[in-house]
Design a protein around this ligand. Structure first.
Ligand code: NAP
Length: 294
């Protein structure tokens, strides 16, 4: 399947659906019990046309990157878009370089397509330092594009101020139920400033499929509730998504979210009427308090 992309004026583009490689078990550290299943899922995803894979040095203490490295051996690297992230505590100049080299090694590649700040640098690390390190790696050709995660518009602008390269995306918690980024102006900001918004946790661990509104719309469009939930995200301007699944059946289901669109009325209906909406992420709420400090 040829997955459509969303493209910025700069020419940078991301497929509307990519695969995330974080799993719940990583909260406990390294867990190898699902490795074989995950490698098989990544390879199945590549065979079906998924190209964007999202990992991080923090996921399973780097184990997620190792799994990705094993899975992509033998595939054409130039056809893949690999995104990984540097943790907030590793964002001073030297630490960032060390983190980056370690990620390359674990993935078994000599460049990263999209290198993301996993958060704003931890207090005490000047953002200027972080952005200088990123610019240097872009100059060397080791990073193709830079982006960030979980940033308020103010912090995004602050990071952008100290780099000559465009921050192409903001990766944030967004789905039919979790609406912090609408409430705090992140979606508007990304749409106005030509930034891609990468929605993480798009199906809230699969929990949202029971919602009556989704089942009604699924019936109307002859799709599944999950497909309606994904389609709602990617029908919106500048929004793409990444989801994690080890299940080949779920990869097929999720790819069925692509190639059609909810009507504008139904997009708005979900926006207004989806029950029990949350205006702060339950996992990584945007840091508005810190944002207001000088
Ligand atoms: N930047 C950040 O701070 C940040 C934070 C969190 C996540 N992320 C990224 O975003 C990615 C996606 O987020 P996530 O993994 O937390 O959440 P998610 O994709 O919303 O949920 C993943 C869970 O949903 C299940 N699932 C997927 N498709 C399904 C389907 N069609 N039917 C039923 N269940 C389905 C998966 O189970 P099965 O494996 O059984 O299919 C998995 O347990 C992560 O993997 C990570 O790469 C980034």
């Amino acid at each position: 399947m040829n997955i459509p992309t969303k493209k910025l004026k700069s020419g940078f583009e991301l497929p509307v659906y990519g695969m995330g490689l974080w799993r719940y078990s990583y909260l406990q550290g390294i867990d190898e019990t699902e490795d074989d299943q995950e490698i098989a899922a990544i390879q199945d995803a590549i065979n079906k046309g998924i190209t964007h894979f999202d990992t991080a040095e923090k996921y399973g203490q780097g184990h997620s990157e190792e799994i990705l490295g094993k899975a992509i051996k033998g595939y054409d690297r130039s056809k893949l878009l690999i995104a990984t992230k540097v943790a907030g505590e590793n964002q001073n100049y030297d630490d960032l370089n060390r983190s980056f080299e370690a990620s390359l090694k674990r993935i078994g590649t000599d460049y990263i397509d999209l290198y993301l700040l996993h958060s704003y640098p931890r207090p005490g690390i000047p953002i200027q330092d972080t952005m200088k390190a990123l610019d240097n790696l872009v100059d060397q050709g080791a990073i193709k594009n830079i982006g960030a995660c979980n940033l308020t518009p103010n912090r995004f602008k602050e990071a952008q101020k100290y780099t000559k390269n465009k921050l192409v995306c903001n990766q944030v918690h967004y789905n039919v139920q979790y609406r912090e980024i609408e409430d705090k102006g992140v979606l508007d900001f990304c749409q106005k400033e030509d930034i891609l918004l990468v929605a993480w946790r798009p199906v809230q661990y699969g929990k949202i499929k029971e919602a009556k509104l989704l089942t009604e719309l699924a019936e109307k469009y002859n799709k599944t509730p999950m497909q309606v939930a994904f389609n709602w995200l990617i029908s919106q301007r500048n929004v793409v998504t990444i989801s994690k699944t080890n299940s080949i059946a779920h990869i097929d289901e999720n790819l069925g979210s692509i190639g059609w669109s909810l009507s504008d009325e139904d997009i708005e209906k979900i926006r207004k009427e989806f029950p029990d909406q949350k205006l702060a992420s339950d996992a990584v709420p945007l840091d508005y308090e810190a944002d207001c400090k000088p």
